[in-house]
Design a protein around this ligand. Structure first.
Ligand code: ASP
Length: 455
C-alpha cells in the first residue's frame, strides 16, 4: 500500500481537491491520504494556516478576531460550495473556530496550536465528504482516535515512539476504506492538540508511511521533480530533466546545502523505516517524479545535483607548527562552542585551519570580539582573520565515489567562468564536494555548472 501526502497548493480549492480524488482513484494501492490546510491559489494569496495564526495571535493579544475569522470561513465556504457539500460543514467550522478562540489563553502555546490545527482538520473533513459523495469509500480519521500522541512541545511537537503500534493498528482497522488523515497535528498524552513545526504535514505523512510499512510514501506538491539545480537560481533548469532517483544520503547532502523541495528532517520517520519516497506533482500526475531510495545503482562519475547556500563566513587561524600542538583544534572549537557557534566545516592545512559557520553567529559584533579575544589569549595564533559573505556550492552524487575527474571538471568550469574558489572540502564519504565562493559569484557559478553537468 501507499501513503500519499498532498501539500497546501494541492488542496487550495475545489478544482485541486478533485485532482487529488482523481489521483487516489487511479491507483487502488493509495490507501492513506494525508492533507495540508488549503494553501495559496495564486501569488499573494493567503495560506489558511497563516490566517489561523493571525486569529490566535489577535485573541492572545486581547484583540478583535472577526476579520481573519471571516476570511477563514469564506475560504472554506468557497470550497464547500464548489464541491456541492452540505452547508452544515462550514457552520461547524465557524462554531468550532469561535469556540477555540474563546478558550482560556493561560497556556499560549497550547491555545495557538488548537487554532492552527483547524486548517488541516477541516481540509481533511471536506476531502473525506467530497470523496465519499463521489462514490469513493473514504473516511476521515481523527489523529486522536488513530493514536497520534505527541510531546507537549507546542509548535514543534515530536511523536512519542509508543504511538507507532497504535497507529499501525488503527490504519489496519480502516483497511476497507481510503483513510483521509489531517496532517500537521496530533494530541498530547493529556489530550491537548499539539502541532509539528511549520510544514509539518510532511512529518505526519512520513510517520504514517512508517507505521503502515508502506511500499512507498508519495509526497505530492507542485513541481514535476526535484531539479539538479534550483530553478530559482538557474531558470533554464526548470525546462530540463528532473532527478529520477537519488539516495537518502544524496537528498540529505542536497537539502543541507539549500535544496528547498522538502525538509529532510520531516521525512526522517520514512527514512528510518527504509521506505522509498516519491516526490510528485498533483498538477501533472503522469510525471514519475523523483524517487528517494535507501540505495541505488549509480553511474560512475555522475553528478546527481548541485545545491548552493549563501550566508556563511570563514574563520581563518594560522600558527607556525600548529600540527605539533596537541589539542589546538579542540581548544579552538571549545571557544566557538562556548559562544553557541554551530560549525559546518573545518578544512585544515599543516599550519592553518579554517572554520566555516553561518555568518549570522557573528551578527553581533561583541560575539566576534569575544571569540577573537579568547583565541588570541588561549591559542596565540600568528594570524587570525574572519571572511564573511561566502556561499557554498555542494556537488552531490553517489557516482563520484572512487571515480576521478569530477573535482577537475568543477574547478575548470568555475575558472572559465572567472569564479575564484576560496575553500574546497571533500569528506571521506566522497558523495559530495563543497566549494566556497564569494556570494556575488553564486549566480555565474551555478549557471556555468548547470551547463557543464546537466545542460
Ligand atoms: N499547514 C501547515 C503549514 O502551513 C502545515 C503544512 O502545510 O505542512 O505550515
Amino acid at each position: 500500500m501507499k501513503v500519499c501526502k498532498f501539500g497546501g497548493s494541492s488542496v487550495a480549492d475545489a478544482g485541486q481537491i478533485l485532482k487529488v480524488l482523481d489521483i487516489v482513484r487511479r491507483d487502488p494501492a493509495r490507501r492513506v491520504v494525508v492533507v495540508s490546510a488549503p494553501g495559496k491559489r495564486r501569488k499573494g494569496d493567503d495560506k489558511v494556516t497563516d490566517l489561523l495564526i493571525d486569529c490566535a495571535s489577535r485573541a492572545l493579544a486581547g484583540g478583535e478576531t472577526s476579520l481573519p475569522v471571516d476570511r477563514v470561513v469564506a475560504r472554506y465556504e468557497e470550497i464547500r460550495a464548489d464541491l456541492g457539500l452540505d452547508a452544515s460543514l462550514v457552520g461547524d467550522l465557524r462554531a468550532e473556530l469561535l469556540r477555540r478562540l474563546a478558550r482560556p489563553t493561560k497556556d499560549p502555546g497550547a491555545f495557538m496550536d488548537a487554532v492552527k490545527a483547524m486548517g488541516e482538520e477541516f481540509s481533511a473533513r471536506f476531502c473525506a465528504a467530497a470523496f465519499a459523495a463521489r462514490g469513493l469509500e473514504a473516511v476521515y480519521l481523527d489523529p486522536k482516535d488513530a493514536g497520534m500522541v505527541l510531546s507537549d512541545e507546542f509548535g514543534a511537537a515530536q511523536l512519542l515512539p509508543d504511538s507507532y503500534a497504535k497507529l499501525r493498528a488503527s490504519l489496519a482497522a480502516h483497511a476497507d476504506a481510503v483513510v483521509i488523515f489531517p496532517g500537521f497535528f496530533g494530541y498530547t498524552a493529556d489530550g491537548r492538540i499539539a502541532t509539528f513545526s511549520r510544514g509539518g504535514s510532511d512529518i505526519t505523512g512520513a510517520i504514517l508511511a512508517a507505521a503502515a510499512g508502506a511500499a512507498v510514501y508519495e509526497n505530492f506538491t507542485d513541481v514535476d521533480a526535484v531539479y539538479p539545480i534550483d530553478p530559482r537560481l538557474v531558470p533554464e533548469a526548470a525546462g530540463g530533466a528532473g532527478i529520477a532517483e537519488m539516495t537518502y544520503a544524496e537528498m540529505r547532502e542536497l537539502s543541507y546545502a539549500g535544496f528547498g523541495v522538502f525538509h529532510d528532517e520531516a521525512v526522517m520517520p520514512a527514512i528510518q523505516a527504509a521506505i522509498p519516497i516519491n516526490i510528485r506533482n498533483t498538477n501533472r500526475p503522469d510525471e514519475p517524479g523523483t524517487m528517494v531510495l535507501p540505495s541505488r545503482k549509480t553511474v560512475p562519475g555522475r553528478v546527481n545535483g548541485i545545491a548552493s547556500s549563501k550566508g556563511f563566513g570563514a574563520l581563518f587561524v594560522e600558527k607556525w607548527l600548529m600540527n605539533r600542538e596537541i589539542g589546538f583544534l579542540a581548544r579552538l572549537l571549545a571557544i566557538l562552542a562556548r559562544e553557541g557557534v554551530s560549525v559546518e566545516m573545518i578544512p585544515a592545512g599543516v599550519d592553518s585551519v579554517t572554520v566555516v559557520f553561518r555568518d549570522s553567529f557573528f551578527e553581533h559584533e561583541d560575539v566576534k570580539e569575544r571569540v577573537f579575544a579568547a583565541i588570541r589569549e588561549e591559542l596565540a595564533p600568528d594570524k587570525l582573520e574572519y571572511v564573511p559573505g561566502l556561499a557554498f556550492l555542494s556537488v552531490v552524487g553517489e557516482g563520484m565515489k572512487m571515480t576521478v575527474g569530477t573535482c577537475l571538471r568543477v574547478v575548470s568550469t568555475l575558472s572559465k567562468a572567472g569564479v575564484n574558489l576560496q575553500i574546497i572540502n571533500q569528506g571521506a564519504s566522497e558523495i559530495s564536494i563543497m566549494f566556497g565562493i564569494r556570494e556575488a559569484d553564486l549566480q555565474p557559478a551555478t549557471t556555468a555548472l548547470y551547463h557543464e553537468f546537466f545542460g
